[in-house]
Design a protein around this ligand. Structure first.
Ligand code: UDP
Ligand code: MG
Length: 313
């Protein structure tokens, strides 16, 4: 059988406590494969992650690292790893062992059957905090409503991609990365595997509520202009209502004698219209801001140090 190389890309932010366990598990799961590389992307960690990775790389050249110059966020870190992977298939997963490495052989087997992308879906699990489950479920409902995508609930960045899909992915240089949306957009032959997530091995979540909120906004506004359309629709509906009310007001002026009352309704409608306009301006501003950032065309991440020879791509 033709030999192939497996790459495993793991972005991590302050995950030093998880790294030894993660690497042990990965090395043993990957040992049946002749060629493999692990690429850990250190997303500007402030703990011992960087030193630990250097030591691991000294001991085993199959463990590589890319240290970013600061915290660029999970999605950008993952892109850095995918950009520098050299495997025939590339697996991405979290550093906290919530994505079970034991699933890797199954992912590879499906790839060998001919699927280009093998993605995973997290089964609803009591092991995850209720807050995480609820917010995640609302998030997928929103993105599927607003976005023109159909991402299944519970699909995270734990997947295998064929090198062809990785190549296609690399060609995308958009800001505000929302990788699971891009992967769904890519197409290719995709296969889904369900799994039960484990509990976080060590440490606490690196996705603060603020990061989760910004991730959700990115997901929606990167894939859809529906919010803009809804704003226009809302504006239009209110114009129609205003027109009807205008007719009523004129009618009242000519044919009724109770016209002076109505201060409350005037104030209410002014405030209400003002509010609606501000919301719509905010939505437009969000998209304008995206254009502004994208127009600068800054790199999505900056590498401070890496065990992978530069120039390899
Ligand atoms: N992560 C990262 N940069 C960040 C935030 C998170 O590289 O700014 C990594 C994190 O170390 C982990 C993965 O992204 O490997 C998923 O994060 P986490 O497990 O904290 O999120 P949760 O599972 O709670 O959604
Ligand atoms: Mg996690």
């Amino acid at each position: 059988m033709k030999t192939f190389k497996v790459s495993v890309v793991v972005p991590g932010y302050n995950e030093a406590d998880n790294i030894p366990r993660l690497m042990d598990t990965l090395l043993s799961v990957l040992s049946p494969y002749q060629h493999f590389e692990i690429i850990f992307v250190d997303d500007g960690s402030a703990d011992a992650t960087t030193q630990l990775l250097q030591q691991l790389n000294q001991a085993d050249v199959r463990i590589n690292y890319i240290s970013l110059s600061r915290n660029f966020g999970h999605q950008n870190a993952l892109k850095a790893g995918l950009d520098h992977s050299s495997g025939d298939c590339v697996i991405s997963m979290d550093a906290d062992l919530q994505h079970p490495p034991s699933l890797i052989p199954e992912l590879i087997a499906k790839w060998q059957e001919g699927y280009d992308i093998v993605y995973t879906r997290r089964k609803e699990d009591k092991k995850l905090p209720i807050f995480k489950r609820k917010t995640s479920s609302i998030f997928y409902k929103l993105i599927n409503y607003f976005g023109d995508l159909n991402i299944e609930e519970g699909t995270a960045d734990f997947r295998l991609m064929d090198s062809r899909a990785v190549m296609a992915f690399r060609s995308m240089n958009e800001n505000d990365l929302f990788i699971r949306g891009l992967v769904s957009w890519l197409g290719f032959k995709q296969y889904k595997i369900d799994y039960h997530p484990a509990e976080r091995f060590a440490g606490t979540t690196k996705y603060s509520v603020k990061k989760m909120f910004s991730f959700a906004t990115k997901g929606i506004t990167s894939f859809s202009i529906k919010p803009l359309r809804l704003s226009a629709l809302l504006g239009f509906s209110f114009s129609v209502l205003a027109f009807l009310y205008g007719i009523y007001a004129i009618y009242g002026y000519f044919f009724s004698n109770r016209v002076v009352s109505g201060w409350t309704s005037v104030v209410m409608s002014v405030l209400f219209m003002g509010g609606i306009q501000l919301i719509i301006l905010g939505v437009i501003g969000e998209y304008l801001g995206k254009l502004f950032i994208q127009a600068k065309n800054r790199p999505l991440y900056i590498i401070r140090d890496s065990s992978i020879a530069s120039g390899r791509k």
